[in-house]
Design a protein around this ligand. Structure first.
Ligand code: GCW
Length: 658
């Protein structure tokens, strides 16, 4: 069996007004990206209209023309009809490539040719995917099979690499980190000659789609590879070692974007061992790769993972800010701090990390997770775009205007150009790329949103559905509804009001309310017989004070705190009345029952499209939805009975609680 095409399906379409331009393609420039673009046009036109069009060496007064325009910024495109010619202009061949994909998207949506006129530059300079692929082929938090980049400790470059690059470029992603941030064993050796040859081939394929290759680095490589006694970033010998090593890397991979580093985090080596700061560590590497236009992306996921659960003063949520805020302004221009969207770890609901807007003199980018580690592991539907939109729209109050997370990561707030959005990837070598067919909407959607932050979750969902499944009204309507409600549904039947966790330790799938409660990871809900939640106000851990005034004040009190985050910021008694007038305990019961009912509705909506969808795809999705229903019941029952037993307050509606 062959792997699928995801959203690059190019099925036959009814709307044919564009066909008048299909007399020939002329391109002013010729390079690898233009070649990729022309190939794509051909695949697409053949699929959509059954037409092959000739490539013309001479400019004619009809057909499709690809041109560079000096009015456009590098990655910007402008597609529009001009008499008998349809123009695809770009600030560079990358811009043209993006223009081509935009045109194809609109044609797939059956837009009449006369209505296609779009000019757009990407909103974020960097739009990246981070793969957590290991060289043995496994994927950390991978839910769609094994790696298609690595198998048996070797780099793999083949047709699938190209098809992956097509998917990535089609949604405007321009950087990919191929290996796990936990760089161990063979992965440490990725920067040696042995692997660089294959990586070069991958770099070239990526480059033909406007994508820059990045690698994750092991901070202790001077010891593990170089046999040195130290990896101290200020040691002259260590610097010399890195300098030579990275020179060799760049000789093989001249277009390498740079490196992603997880240091002093969850047992990974870093500058702390040598009493150096993260700025010392990041700057040492950044200085070395500056001549190659390389970038160091340094992760801020630094916290104490050996906490004593009885210690109520230490708060993992505080740690990113506590570690990095004092270093604001200390990083070189080619260093970017990569910050997870929330202060904990990709829970279904978290506040926005206070580092956004907390640092004004440092390059920052946001890290989302489309690998659904804590949101159903691609066995449950959880369309994350509504959550991403909320996060990006969050006002930080770091200044009077242009202060949202979107403004900050896109570089508007502090006039920066080394910044943007990254997501932990959700792909693997499964035939449908993402395990759950509907999880591909997160891959598609993340890319589209990183390119154009003004797009709504609804618009993105619709685009994806039409390209993936076709434009039959019922499919569009029902699957949109399934996707758009899925994040809140998932939230309802899992952990309540921002508290997070309550999952089985290790693999993180399925409910276990106390799974992490008495553990060392700093992830507590603090439930007892009277209530639950963590006091993170100034009287508690003080986390709320890491925000600017307006938000700090909101989070400070139970009354003002946005209710969806109530238990993240406060310890609340079961009898506390929420704005709905329900008690907290009744809210927990009700939302859990509602969540399950909503999954039932999803299944019904899905059953309605049975006749309109490819049978195999239908069966695959239906099977996952059934599993989701079963597991949502498990979540409901375990969470409800836990809190019933703790609180001894019965359900007002007398439903079965075990
Ligand atoms: O969410 C946690 C994951 C780890 C991951 C870590 C990180 C790659 O459980 O698997 O490690 O975060 O982001 O570094």
């Amino acid at each position: 069996m062959e792997y699928g095409k995801a959203w690059l399906n190019y099925r036959r379409i009814e709307e044919k007004s564009f066909c008048k331009y299909l007399t020939g393609i002329y391109s002013q420039v010729e390079d690898d990206k233009i070649n990729s673009g022309i190939k794509e046009l051909n695949i697409a036109f053949e699929g959509m209209y059954g037409i092959k069009i000739p490539f013309s060496r001479w400019e004619t007064d009809s057909g499709i023309q690809l041109k560079i325009s000096s009015d456009l910024s590098k990655e910007e495109y402008y597609i529009h009809p001009n008499g008998n010619v349809f123009l695809i202009e770009g600030g560079s061949s990358t811009g043209i490539l993006y223009g081509i994909f935009q045109l194809l998207r609109m044609l797939m949506e059956e837009t009449p040719a006369k209505d296609i006129a779009v000019r757009k530059a990407p909103d974020n300079p960097l739009r990246m995917l981070n793969h957590w692929d290991n060289m043995d082929g496994s994927i950390e938090r991978g839910y769609a099979g094994e790696s298609f980049f690595f198998q048996k400790n070797k780099v793999m470059v083949n047709e699938r690499t190209r098809d992956y690059a097509r998917l990535v470029a089609s949604v405007g992603i321009n950087g990919v980190v191929i290996n796990n941030v936990n760089v161990k064993q063979e992965a440490t050796r990725l920067i040696t000659k042995e692997h660089l040859k294959e990586l070069k081939k991958m770099e070239e394929i990526f480059a033909a789609f406007g994508i820059r290759l990045f690698l994750s680095l092991n901070f202790a490589a001077p010891m593990e590879l170089g046999g040195m006694a130290t990896a101290d970033p200020l040691s002259p010998e260590v610097k010399v070692w890195w300098k030579e090593k990275l020179k060799e890397v760049y000789e093989h991979l001249p277009r390498l974007g740079g490196f992603l580093i997880k240091a002093d985090s969850e047992g990974r080596p870093g500058p702390f061992t040598y009493n150096r700061t993260h700025a010392d560590g990041a700057n040492m590497l950044a200085e070395i790769i500056k001549p190659y236009n390389g970038i160091i992306i340094w992760r801020c996921f630094v916290y104490n993972c050996k906490q004593d659960w009885r210690d109520k003063k230490t708060d993992r949520a505080r740690s990113g800010y506590d570690h990095f805020k004092p270093l604001d302004g200390a990083f070189l221009e080619n260093v970017i701090l990569q910050i997870k969207n929330g202060p904990m770890d990709f829970q279904v609901r978290e506040p926005v990390s206070p580092l956004f807007g907390g640092m004004s003199a440092t390059n920052q980018m946001i890290e989302f997770q489309i690998a659904q580690e804590y949101t159903g592991q691609q066995r449950h539907v959880c369309y994350l775009l509504p959550s991403f939109k909320e996060i990006l729209d969050f006002r930080t109050y770091c200044q009077e205007e242009r202060d949202t997370v979107a403004d900050i990561v896109s570089g508007k707030t502090f006039s920066r150009s080394n910044c943007g959005m990254a997501a932990v990837a959700n792909t693997g070598n499964d035939l449908n790329w993402t395990g759950h067919d509907l999880a591909a909407a997160n891959f598609y959607g993340f890319g589209r949103l990183s390119f154009d932050m003004s797009l709504s979750s609804e618009k993105i969902a619709k685009e994806w559905i039409v390209q993936t499944f076709g434009s039959i009204e019922k499919i569009v309507k029902n699957i949109s509804q399934i996707l758009l409600n899925s994040w809140e549904t998932y939230e309802k039947y899992t952990s309540p009001l921002g508290i997070g966790w309550m999952v089985n330790p290790g693999h993180h799938y399925g409910p276990n309310v106390d799974g992490y409660e008495y553990d060392r990871w700093g992830t507590y809900h603090r439930a007892d017989h009277k209530g639950l939640g963590v006091d993170r106000s100034s009287a508690g851990t003080g986390y709320s004070t890491q925000y600017h005034e307006y938000n700090a004040r909101l989070y400070e009190s139970k009354e003002n705190c946005p209710e969806e985050l109530l238990l993240f910021f406060h310890y609340v008694e079961y009898s506390y009345r929420l704005k709905s007038k329900k008690t907290l305990i009744q809210h927990i019961y009700d939302t859990h029952f509602e969540g399950v009912d909503e999954v039932e509705t999803m299944l019904e909506l899905f059953e309605e499209v049975k006749g309109d969808m490819d049978t195999d795809v239908y069966n695959r999705i239906a099977a996952r939805l059934k599993e989701q229903l079963l597991h949502s019941k498990e979540w409901r029952d375990i969470v409800c009975s836990y809190f019933y037993r703790k609180s001894a307050v019965p359900d007002e509606k007398n439903r079965e609680i075990y």
